[in-house]
Structures are given as structure tokens and as C-alpha cells.
Design a protein around this ligand. Structure first.
Ligand code: SF4
Ligand code: SF4
Length: 470
């Protein structure tokens, strides 16, 4: 079946339990942000900007675990900031699994291989030598890493180990050129790929998590799915990027860009996602079929942001992951005090102007699962999708030329930085005339190689793909 049975059953039971009790509002997924510190500063990330004055603050382990118990969501997505920077991330994952929850670790992957090596050290026995040999042959660990792993792990702390209840959820916004441009650092895409390959060899479940911006091309998204499917990735979360306050302000202040140059309006989202149902047949796209129809512009949904609450250093963030009108000390307090009828878009009319262009998964994906705006046949569609055959890995995806930027020596960020430094207002055009993407944007490729196609070698051309051939 498309999704693991145990996980589907856990979510379904939770919904049925609350429907029976007629609970008006309840949590399906907790977005837990133990900290907002991050090693990257991606374009479009509102988090590190909105919480810039509290980047050093962290939730205690007890508060994190308490938040999960308080809202009792069966699934917890640990995000941030970069959660692998959280000093007690292993204890947090272990604690949430101990509470019987499904855990997603949403990461930019830069520290993921370190955690995977810790895991290997903790479970090392001579029987693991063939795995170490393979990892070394595929250049996923160095000889000295293998030596360290053989010494074992003696600090007594838990490690993040594979289980059917855990997913690594790796942030990838496109192929190499686009992704590195969005995260504003070269080499990040390459590290994501290596971390994913290593995690799959070690038996972990891995998903990718993609935000689509105005300049993200549909063809590139499909190539990205094909490429990651060929690496054995277990599923993909995809959501439209829209112009919420924190990101919008950063866009204007730091990059001299208008939000409409980068983020999607509702109409643009529907255009970009017009083929999402087709993607759902070819790849394991997470999310409900009803949400997919909504993204493709085929139906309306009402926002149910309370079902994916966000808890961070300041409290329970209301009304949603993106917008902040306040923080509450308790989940129930937030449910009771927020006027939920003030938010979302109903019959084409935005109740709050800030919601106008929002179609993000944290507001609308739960609406599909909860049967909001139910239409006859929805239940059957959901059952068919969830219990349908899992799409087979797309092996031909290995031919996608995913490394179309940094690893072929393109140095696009150097170009972008030079353009930005020459004057914010002219940054975009200056960069684009050099054949690059919009500075800090998602890779407008005016005069550029199409996504997924190799650029003429501007430096040494070590295409890493052949290393992936088995
Ligand atoms: S990795 Fe995530 S938290 Fe860090 S800057 Fe990028 S989007 Fe923000
Ligand atoms: S529609 Fe819902 S999720 Fe989107 S911004 Fe408004 S309240 Fe938040």
C-alpha cells in the first residue's frame, strides 16, 4: 500500500476517536520548534527572521515532550530552525517515539550524516563491516569515520535509529542549482543527496519536503521527484510558498524584491499544481487526495490550521504556522480563545486579507483528512489513495542531471553575491543578465540552462551520478 499500514491506522483511529466524541477541534500533527537557530539562512524562510531576537532560546526537553502530550497529536514534525542543532534531539526523538507518536525530523540535512555515523557507532559489530565497506566505496563516509565507528559509542546518550515510526524529512526545493540558490549556500543539495543515500542504505525512511515558489518550474519539480524516487525516497511533501508577513518583509529589506516576484498567488498555485494528481500516481506524494484537488483548483476547502498547531519557544503560535497574532501558554487555551472564523478563504472571499493567497498544507491538508467541505465519494477516494499500490521507484530518475550547479563548478552564488553587493535594487537584473537566477530567488533561469540539464562545464565536471549506479 502507498503508506505504511500502521501509520495510516494510527492517524485514522485518532480521527475516528475525536469524531465519535464530537471534539470540535483537535490536533493531527504538531509542528514542534524546539529552537529557531539555523545553520542556513534560506530565502523565503520567515522563521529565522520572525524570531531573530530569540534565536538563542530553546525549549527544554520537558516542554517539548509536554507539548506533544498536551495536544496529543499522533504525528510530530520536529522542525525549527534546524532541529539537529538542538542539543537533546536524540532524547527528544526517543521521548516522542516512547509516547507512541509518528516522528518526522525536518532537516536541511547538513548534520544528518553525523547523526547517521553516531547511530552506526552505537550499533557497531563486526557484522556491519560490509555496510562500512559500501559506505566508504560510495564515498559517504571517510576511512577515519569508519575507524571512529568501530570504536563504538560510549557516552550513554540515545541515537536516532531506524523504525517504521520515524522519517527523516529533508528540505529540498529543486535540483542543485535551484536548491542551492534558495538556501543561499553552495553544496547543500549535494549534501542532502549524500545524506539521503546513506540513510537509505542504513534502512531509514526518508521523505523530501519541497516549497514551490513563483519561479520554480513544473518540469524541474517532476525531474526532482524522478531523481529522488530513484534514490529510494519514501515520499514527498510539497506545498506552495506564499507571501506571509515575515518572509515578505525579509524579501523587501534584504533582497530588494517585491513579494510578488517570489511567492505564489492562489491562481499561480493552481497553475503550478495542476498536475499534482498525476504526480500522486507516479510518486508517493504525502497528503490527502482532497488537498491535492484543492491545490489543483478543482475544489474549495476551509482552513483548519488548529489541526496542525505550532509550538515554539514563545508558546502555541496562533493562528497558524505562518501567521502570528499571538502565542498562548496552552493548546486548549489557544483553541478556546482564537476566533477561528476570522481566518481562511471561504467561497473565494478571504476572511483575513493575509490569508488570501494561502493554500499551504498546514492550513488545508488536514481539512481533507477531517472531511471539511465533504463531497460524496471523498471517503472512497481517500481509501483508494491511501491503500492503493505504492508507486515503484523510478529507476530512470538516475539519468536526471540533478547536479546542474555547484558540483560542476558553476559558482552561481558567487555571481549572485557579486550582484547583490553591487546594489540591492539592481541585484536581480544584474544577476539575470549574467545568465543566473534571480538573486536569492528560486532560480529564474533566463538565459540559463533548463532545470535538470547540464550546463556547459564552467569548471571541473565531476558528475557524481555514476557513483550511484549499483
Ligand atoms: S533550513 Fe529551514 S529553518 Fe533554516 S533557514 Fe532554511 S528554511 Fe529556515
Ligand atoms: S489560510 Fe489558514 S493557514 Fe493560511 S495564513 Fe490563513 S490562517 Fe494561516
Amino acid at each position: 500500500m502507498r503508506f505504511p499500514l500502521a501509520l495510516t491506522v494510527k492517524m485514522a483511529r485518532h480521527i475516528v476517536k475525536h469524531k465519535r466524541r464530537r471534539t470540535a477541534r483537535f490536533a493531527l500533527v504538531l509542528q514542534l520548534e524546539p529552537l529557531h537557530t539555523c545553520n542556513l539562512s534560506c530565502t523565503g524562510c520567515g522563521r529565522i527572521r520572525e524570531y531573530s531576537t530569540s534565536l538563542k532560546d530553546m525549549m527544554s526537553l520537558e516542554d517539548c515532550l509536554g507539548a506533544a502530550q498536551e495536544c496529543d497529536a499522533p504525528m510530530v514534525s520536529i522542525c525549527g530552525g534546524e532541529p539537529l542543532i538542538y542539543p537533546k534531539i536524540e532524547e527528544l526523538v526517543a521521548g516522542l517515539l516512547g509516547q507512541g507518536r509518528i516522528v518526522y525530523v525536518c532537516t536541511n540535512a547538513m548534520f544528518m550524516r553525523k547523526k547517521l555515523k553516531d547511530y552506526l557507532a552505537a550499533v557497531y559489530s563486526p557484522g556491519l563491516e560490509p555496510t562500512l565497506t559500501r559506505l566508504r566505496a560510495e564515498k559517504l563516509i571517510a576511512d577515519k569515520d569508519a575507524e571512529t565507528i568501530r570504536k563504538g559509542k560510549t557516552d550513554g546518550r540515545p541515537v536516532i535509529a531506524p523504525t517504521k515510526w520515524l522519517y527523516w524529512n529533508v528540505h529540498v526545493d529543486g535540483l542543485e542549482y535551484t536548491h542551492d540558490l534558495i538556501v543561499e549556500r553552495e553544496g547543500v543539495f549535494k549534501e542532502c543527496v549524500e545524506a539521503i543515500r546513506m540513510a537509505k542504505i542504513l534502512g531509514f525512511q526518508v521523505a523530501t519536503n519541497t516549497t514551490v515558489y513563483k519561479e520554480t518550474e513544473v518540469q524541474e519539480l517532476e525531474q526532482m521527484f524522478e531523481f529522488f524516487s530513484s534514490l529510494g525516497v519514501d515520499g514527498h511533501t510539497i506545498s506552495p510558498g506564499y507571501d506571509y508577513d515575515a518572509a515578505k518583509k525579509d524579501m523587501a529589506k534584504r533582497l530588494g524584491k517585491k513579494s510578488e516576484d517570489f511567492f505564489l498567488t492562489r491562481a499561480m498555485t493552481q497553475q503550478k499544481f495542476a498536475r499534482i494528481q498525476e504526480w500522486g500516481k507516479r510518486f508517493t506524494i504525502f497528503g490527502t487526495t482532497v488537498y491535492q484537488e484543492f491545490l489543483a483548483g478543482k475544489r474549495d476547502l476551509t482552513c483548519t490550521a488548529w489541526a496542525i498547531p505550532t509550538r515554539n519557544v514563545r508558546g502555541w503560535k496562533a493562528p497558524c504556522y505562518l501567521m502570528t497574532d499571538g502565542h498562548f501558554q496552552h493548546y486548549q487555551e489557544m483553541l478556546d480563545q482564537v476566533d477561528w472564523n476570522k481566518y481562511g478563504v471561504v467561497e473565494g472571499v478571504a476572511r483575513d486579507p493575509r490569508c488570501e493567497n494561502c493554500m499551504v498544507h498546514c492550513g488545508y491538508d488536514p481539512s481533507g483528512a477531517l472531511g471539511t467541505n465533504y463531497l460524496p465519494g471523498d471517503n472512497w477516494k481517500m481509501v483508494k489513495y491511501n491503500f492503493g499500490r505504492k508507486p515503484a521507484p523510478y529507476h530512470a530518475g538516475r539519468q536526471v542531471e540533478a547536479f546542474n550547479g555547484y558540483s560542476i563548478g558553476k559558482g552561481h552564488l558567487a555571481e549572485a553575491n557579486a550582484a547583490i553587493n553591487s546594489g540591492l535594487a539592481g541585484a536581480k537584473s544584474a544577476f539575470q543578465t549574467q545568465g543566473g537566477g534571480a538573486a536569492g530567488g528560486s532560480g529564474s533561469r533566463a538565459g540559463q540552462n533548463p532545470p535538470g540539464k547540464k550546463a556547459p562545464a564552467a569548471g571541473s565536471p565531476p558528475d557524481p551520478l555514476p557513483r550511484y549506479q549499483k
